[in-house]
Design a protein around this ligand. Structure first.
Ligand code: FAD
Ligand code: E0Q
Length: 474
């Protein structure tokens, strides 16, 4: 039997991983990617951008056999370092110990690794090829290269991994409405940078943390790169009264604002004005679709199907889970691709909806409450419940970040757990005054035991890597 042809639009993080997985399963995979080859980017000139990778992402990379190589380009982050206005910083651990940490990984480095691996598995990439339009009846594609030279080609099974602005999604929607809904957050972001420090320590601030400067209504974060630099991202309302991106029209106004609101950060950023002027304002939105596929012809994955806000650091992690699920379904469906696409949507959409919702809740939490006394009391009680009844209580953050429990399960269970916590705090006031036996009884009454966590959060793979960071032990 001839190998089934798959045409992937987009060779970003999810597209390249999916190409590797499908090629490994024996499909004949062709990828069209708008950008140039990530392996030929000029790293010295290109901006280092990173993103947080957590257990779900690692599991997908393990499936592809790429986790070890990816780990080598990652920096451990133990928790969020919350910086108050008074210049104090305190680390809120993400997990119980160093076995529950997340990792900051280079976006371009990871993309290059995934493209390499996909090619090794037999996939063919065409870079600099932008999908312009698609005839869904004949499955023929119109593409354009960087010199505006058009190209027509016949597609196989069509998969759209072309991100939040997906061109394949637009073509599918024209053919058969997908029920697209975009909910803008009204907030945007600007990518800035702290360069590597000179001297003994390459890192200008604590390397093994995700730094947050919450200011209520807006915030900055910083995440480490292996070369000692940090990506700084300023999140701010797009419009409206000062401060908003509208009111920070030029680098001088922006510098004055930034220096006042983030006084310990500003002096570490000699390129602030250039970065602010040179980088676009990114817009944030959540994207929902009623349908992710058109019968057995075309399907959307990753951000193309369900772009979310970045405030839980789960967009790529979720998209990687999509890739593994879709590859498995396609490999096992014979020629019933319509069935595989339908099942893919059925399995993944409730989870995509759940992480979208949890992400929006996390934004409000980040911006407004990480330093709030009630929020801190809840964190404290969560730590106690984790100790007292680990089979009945796992914080929602840990379920999302350190397990592969379905997002929808984490969302529903998190809500029920939260009700117990709120009730206990209402009844007893401070976390330290909550009696252990009452707390355990409340949990057992409100919740079934935790669904078993099949994959241990602590993977032996991380053990060796963690030793690299022993030096920084808090
Ligand atoms: P993309 O990475 O957007 O890739 C799409 C690819 O398709 C691109 O290479 C693009 O060039 C190509 N393409 C687009 N249009 C066409 C076309 N017409 N023809 C051909 N090719 C095309 N996620 C995390 O898990 N952790 C984080 O910490 C995190 N932080 C984030 C911070 C910010 C500020 C943002 C904006 C997002 C963050 N995310 C994070 C989300 C993450 O970036 C996305 O979920 C992830 O990149 C989705 O991968 P994708 O392959 O679906 O889409
Ligand atoms: C993580 C890791 C862009 C971004 C990425 C992230 C996180 C945050 C705030 C942001 C959530 C958290 N978080 O610290 O609760 O865990 O990825 Cl803004």
């Amino acid at each position: 039997m001839a190998r089934q042809a798959v045409t992937l639009i987009g060779g970003g993080l999810v597209g390249a991983l999916l190409a590797q997985l499908l090629a490994t399963h024996g499909f004949s995979v062709t990828v069209f990617e708008k950008r140039s080859d990530p392996r030929r980017l000029n790293f010295a000139r290109g901006r280092a951008i990173n993103l947080a990778i957590a257990e779900r992402g690692w599991q997908a990379l393990r499936t592809a056999g790429l986790a070890q190589r990816a780990l080598r380009m990652s920096v451990m982050m133990r928790g969020r370092m919350v910086h108050g206005r008074d210049g104090t910083g305190s680390l809120q651990r993400y997990g119980l110990d160093d076995s529950e940490v997340i990792w900051s990984i280079s976006r371009s480095g990871l993309n290059a690794l995934l493209v390499d691996a996909a090619e090794e598995a037999g996939a063919t990439f065409h870079f600099g090829q932008t999908l312009v339009s698609t005839d869904m009846d004949t499955r023929s594609l119109s593409l354009m290269d960087r010199e505006d030279v058009p190209r027509e080609c016949e597609a196989g099974l069509l998969i759209g991994a072309d991100g939040a602005g997906s061109a394949l999604r637009a073509a599918m929607d024209l053919y058969q409405p997908l029920g697209i809904r975009v909910e803008p957050l009204g907030h945007g972001y600007k990518e800035l940078e702290i360069p590597p420090a000179t001297g003994r320590n390459r890192f200008a601030i604590e390397p093994n943390a995700l730094h947050i400067w919450p200011r209520g209504g807006y915030m900055s974060i910083a995440t480490p790169n292996i070369n000692g630099s940090f990506n700084v991202t300023l999140f701010l309302p797009l419009h409206g009264t000062y401060p908003s991106f509208d009111t920070l029209r030029d680098a001088a106004t922006a510098s004055a604002f930034f220096a006042r609101e983030f006084p310990e950060l500003f002096p570490l950023m000699p390129c602030f004005a250039d970065d602010f002027d040179g980088h676009p304002v990114g817009k944030l939105a959540t994207l929902y679709l009623d349908r992710w596929h058109i019968d057995g012809r075309a399907v959307l994955v990753g951000d193309a199907a369900h772009a979310i806000a970045p405030f839980h650091g789960q967009g790529m992690n979720c998209g990687f889970q999509d890739a593994v699920a879709l590859a498995d379904l396609l490999a096992g469906c014979g020629r019933d691709t319509a069935g595989a696409f339908a099942q893919f949507q059925q399995v993944r959409k409730p989870n995509a909806d759940a992480i979208a919702a949890m992400t929006l809740e996390n934004y409000v939490e980040m911006r407004d409450s990480v330093a709030d006394p009630h929020y801190l009391a809840k964190l404290e009680l969560e730590a106690l419940l984790t100790q007292w009844a680990p089979e009945y209580f796992m914080s929602r953050y840990r379920m999302v970040t350190f397990t592969a429990l379905p997002y929808a399960y984490a969302y529903a269970r998190g809500r029920a757990q939260n009700e117990v916590i709120e009730q206990l705090l209402r009844d007893f006031g401070r976390p330290g005054d909550v009696p252990q036996n009452v707390a355990i009884a409340s949990l057992q009454q409100a919740l079934p035991p935790l669904q078993s966590v099949e994959d241990p959060a602590i993977h032996p793979m991380h053990a060796a890597a963690l030793s690299r960071f022993a030096f920084f032990e808090a």
